[in-house]
Design a protein around this ligand. Structure first.
Ligand code: ACO
Length: 323
């Protein structure tokens, strides 16, 4: 059988760091409130010359360098984003062009904060179906461009950035100890639309719109949805939470991460946290966290890793893999 094995990861962040204190001059908030309710201390904010495509390209180049590969070696690009450069063409195709690729194919994946987990699962399916041999999976977002900067309940929560992963087809006996993606579990439920959405779009208002969220309502559903889908991925993989070396959750709120890990029985020292540095970067949050934990040597070859995310839609999902 074929398994999709991680060959490399890379990240890219906008130059500008915005600390919580800066928000005190924009809206009625405080560093203390933001830290206490979310764990966020700062986020990166894209300048005019930094876009979802440019950040995605930089993360892709970093992942390829980490993998020891070039764009010539890739046959599919999947970009998870809710903040494309344009309504069309797909930003993944722009990244393909920026990488100097005229072979293979590319498409965007829109599942908001769950986008990277969805994209990794789609990449794995393409690899196992023989449609692609090496896939560049990118999560890139410029959520700062969707924010209502007068709304304190949302503008303090998000940031910009990108992360990428190269997945490669490798022959495997299918053993639990073999490297690669072991199991995935994806869910969505459109009845929660009004709790987290953007109030614009080409087919409705012909504007880009602004992000709107009933934070308390999202919070209420998050932990249950996350733990359900993680337990499903673990059970499909034939393992338990105790077997995990690393839990890499979507980085939306430290309290949601802590509550989910606690409910799943995952020890605090196995949880990768970057929300304090990046805020919620939507589809970029999981690969940014992965990139940090690989760069500092925490995640090593052979580790059992669980990725998880939940976001607008609602969408939610988890991926179990042997690094
Ligand atoms: N500064 C100061 N006060 C604030 C701020 C702020 N930035 N924002 C809200 N408040 C106030 C509220 O107005 C409210 O005041 P009131 O009691 O007078 O009405 C009070 O703080 C408490 O508000 P809550 O919304 O109850 O605060 P909560 O503890 O729920 O924290 C938060 C809010 C951080 C948004 C939390 O609910 C949360 O993280 N929700 C989940 C968000 C999330 O995970 N999204 C993930 C998906 S994102 C995606 O898919 C794009």
């Amino acid at each position: 059988m074929i398994r999709s094995v991680v060959r490399g990861v890379g990240t890219a962040l906008p130059r500008r760091i915005m600390k919580n204190a800066e928000f005190e001059t924009l809206v009625d908030t405080s560093d203390e409130w933001i830290v206490q309710r979310t764990g966020i201390t700062q986020r990166h904010i894209a300048a005019d010359d930094e876009t979802t495509a440019s950040l995605g390209e930089a993360a892709a180049r970093a992942a390829l360098a980490n993998a020891g590969l070039t764009p010539d070696d890739v046959d599919l690009i999947i970009l998870a984003t809710s903040t494309p450069n344009n309504t069309f063409p797909a930003t993944s195709v722009e990244i393909q062009e920026r990488l100097g690729m005229s072979h293979g194919f590319a498409f965007d994946m829109q599942a908001v904060c769950s986008g990277f987990v969805y994209a990794v699962t789609a990449a794995d399916a393409h690899i196992r179906a023989g449609m692609a041999r090496r896939v560049l999976v990118i999560g890139s977002e410029t959520f700062s461009r969707l924010l209502d900067w007068t709304d304190r309940t949302t503008c303090v929560l998000f940031g910009d950035g990108a992360g990428a992963m190269v997945l490669e087809a490798v022959e495997s006996a299918g053993a639990l100890t073999d490297r690669g993606i072991i199991a995935s579990s994806l869910r969505s439920d459109g009845s929660h639309r009004e709790k987290l959405y953007v109030d614009g779009g080409p087919s409705t208002t012909q504007t880009v719109g602004h992000l709107r969220m009933e934070g308390r309502e999202v919070f209420k559903h998050a932990v249950g949805m996350i733990t359900d889908v993680v337990e499903d991925a673990l059970s499909r993989g034939g393992v338990s939470a105790d077997d995990l070396d690393w839990f890499v959750p979507h980085q939306a709120n430290k309290r949601i991460i802590d509550a989910s890990a606690k409910k799943l029985g995952i020890a605090e020292d196995k949880v990768v946290i970057t929300v304090h540095l990046h805020g919620n970067t939507s589809a970029a949050s999981v690969p940014l966290a992965l990139g940090a934990a690989v760069a500092d040597g925490r995640i090593k070859q052979g580790d059992l890793v669980l990725l998880e995310a939940m976001g607008g839609g609602f969408t939610w999902g988890a991926v179990l893999l042997r690094w």
